[in-house]
Every structure is written in C-alpha cells, then in structure tokens.
Design a protein around this ligand. Structure first.
Ligand code: SAM
Length: 319
C-alpha cells in the first residue's frame, strides 16, 4: 500500500537550506471536537500487512521511495517509538530530539489535529536543516526532526498491520481520553484485548508508559497492565533513571494544560516481559542513547515557540 492512500504523512518535501523558515502552525486553525469515536469508520485504510507499509512519505530521510531503509540493519531502519493519540505532538517531537538514533511516530485519529502535527514537523525539519553545521551536512546524516512523523490513524484498529512482532521499544499513552461513562469504557485505549496487541508489537524488555491526571483512568490502566501476563511493573529506580520520563510528564500539550490547572499526574510504567516459552525469541535492542538533556529536548526554535504561545488556549472538553 502507498501510505498516502490512508493517512496524513509528515514526510514530503525536503527542507531547503535557504529561504524563509516556516513558523509553526497555530492550533486555533486546527481545532476539532475533543473526542472521536474509535469504533466509527473514519474512512481510514490500512495496509494488509506491516511488510506492505512504505514509510518513505513519513520519514523520507530514512526510507527510499521504494520503501527500503536508507540505513538497513540499524536502529533507524524501522519505527521504534510510538506515541498513541499524540494530540498536538509535543512528546513525538521532543522524543525525536532526545533520541536521534530512533524513529518516533505519533498516531492521531483526529484529522485536523494530525494535520497540525504534520505542519509542525515540516516546519521543525526546516529549522533543523538550517541549524545543522556544515560538517553535519557534509556527513550527509539526517538533520533534526527528520526522525519524527505523524500518521492519522485509529490505533484501536489493526495496529499489527502497521508494526511487526517485537518491532517497538516504547509505546506512550499520554493523557488518553478518560471516557468516564461505563458505556464508553470500551473506547478506552487500554483494555485486555488491546494489551495483547501492544505486547505483540513490543520487543521483550520494551516499555509501556501511561500517564493521566484522571485518577480513575490511571487506576484502570494500572490495574489492566498489572493483570496482564505479558507485562511487569518497572521499578521506581529505573523510572528515575529514564530520561524519557521527564518528557512523559512535561512535553505534551495535555501535560502543560494539567500544569496550568494545578492538576496531579499519575504514572503507570510497565515492561513487556521476556517470556521463557516464547518461540523464536527476538534479540534485545541496543539501548537508545539520549543525545541531549530532556530539558533541551523540549526546546524548539524561537519562531516556533512564538507561534505556539500565541495560541495557548486549552481545548473545550466534550463528552
Ligand atoms: C486527551 S488527548 C492527549 C493528547 C496527547 N497525548 C497529549 O498528552 O497532549 C487524547 C488524544 O488521543 C486521540 N485518540 C483517541 N483515540 C484514538 C485512537 N483510537 N487512535 C488514535 N488517536 C486517538 C484523541 O484524538 C486525542 O488527540
């Protein structure tokens, strides 16, 4: 399948080294109803298999037009970090800066919101190319934010058609929709059936990060992960030493809204277990190496910051 049939890619035109740099898009131009029904059709299409996915439109610096990786047998030959329900993309772009040796994908169901993230990544890539040193450009390595992308998709449907067994190292669920009403609990992004899928696409040792300001939802996610046989709780010590945690708590637009409102943030972090009975066990990943501090990873170019701050209104909640 060509990726363009189904989704809004963040790839596309290469950044130019000359000319005016784009400011980031403004959220007010991309507003949409707060909640989408994940059971609705949404006119999305899905690849028949993850092997059919052509990632070139999403990561043109890392995949050739025929979809083959530019750096085969490396950690950037496939998507490894997934931001589920990425919203306005704060975590997706900051993780890509923190870990330039990994490809980070945000998946977002809302059309306008995913379009916003697409525009934002395009603008940031231009800034990244302009900020590269002559040595970096001469080395021909992809510049900043080329390793971030967004796809409009419903992650509750056919996730295993996008990602293969054990492909992912980290899956993030940041401030997912709480769906308070009992009749809507089936819309929640963590459930026993979906955890089976997350366990399948995560490599043993891979991490699921969840965070919420809604205590009942946090308890729901925590208890379902605790009860699932393929996940085990990550120790406090490991959480403290994980640079991604700072971004989980601080990078996303919802995290910032919770801060503005003085809310609390509840974390549940679990590891995909190594199953001793697993047939054809996969080799562990080389641990990802942070290229900067998490605080630096949050910083984006000044013109981009101005555009975001000009439109810092929280979205209305609807249910
Ligand atoms: C409350 S927002 C949080 C956004 C972001 N993670 C953050 O922390 O700022 C939840 C997001 O998940 C998206 N979402 C909900 N269900 C989804 C699904 N099945 N697939 C993809 N995205 C989904 C919503 O459209 C919304 O943007």
């Amino acid at each position: 399948m060509s990726a363009s049939e189904a989704i809004v890619p963040a790839g596309g035109a290469e950044a130019t080294a000359s000319g005016t740099l784009a400011a980031l898009p403004q959220k007010k131009n991309f507003r949409q109803r707060a909640h989408s029904n994940p059971y609705a059709d949404h006119l999305l299409e899905y690849p028949t298999s993850h092997t059919e996915m052509n990632w070139n439109e999403f990561f043109p610096a890392y995949f050739k037009e025929d979809g083959t990786p530019v750096y085969p047998d490396s950690d950037v030959s496939s998507v490894r970090f997934l931001d589920v329900g990425c919203g306005y993309g704060g975590l997706t772009v900051s993780m890509s800066k923190l870990y330039p040796d990994r490809l980070t994908l945000g998946m977002e169901i809302r059309v306008k919101v995913s379009s916003y993230v697409h525009e934002k990544i395009q603008a940031l890539r231009q800034h990244g190319a302009a900020a590269a040193t002559p040595e970096q450009l001469a080395a021909g390595k992809p510049t900043l934010y080329q390793n971030a992308s967004v796809m409009r998709a419903n992650t509750m449907k056919h996730l295993t058609r996008f990602f293969g067994r054990g492909q992912l190292e980290k899956i993030f669920f940041l401030f997912p929709d709480p769906h308070f009403k009992r009749a809507k609990h089936k819309w929640r992004i963590i459930s026993p059936a979906l955890l089976d899928e997350y366990a399948y696409v995560l490599r043993p040792g891979g991490i699921v990060y969840t965070i919420s300001d809604v205590l009942v939802l946090h308890r729901w996610m925590d208890s379902h992960l605790e009860a699932h046989p393929m996940f085990e709780r990550v120790s406090e010590e490991e959480i403290e030493n994980d640079p991604a945690i700072y971004l989980v708590k601080n990078s996303s637009e919802e995290a910032q809204r919770v801060d503005r409102n003085g809310g609390r943030k509840f974390l549940a972090i679990f590891r995909r277990i190594v199953d001793p009975d697993e047939r054809n066990p996969l080799p562990p990943f080389t641990p990802a190496v942070a290229a900067c501090t998490p605080v630096e990873a949050l910083q984006i170019p000044v013109t981009a910051v101005e555009a975001i701050e000009a439109d810092d209104e929280p979205e209305p909640e609807q249910e």
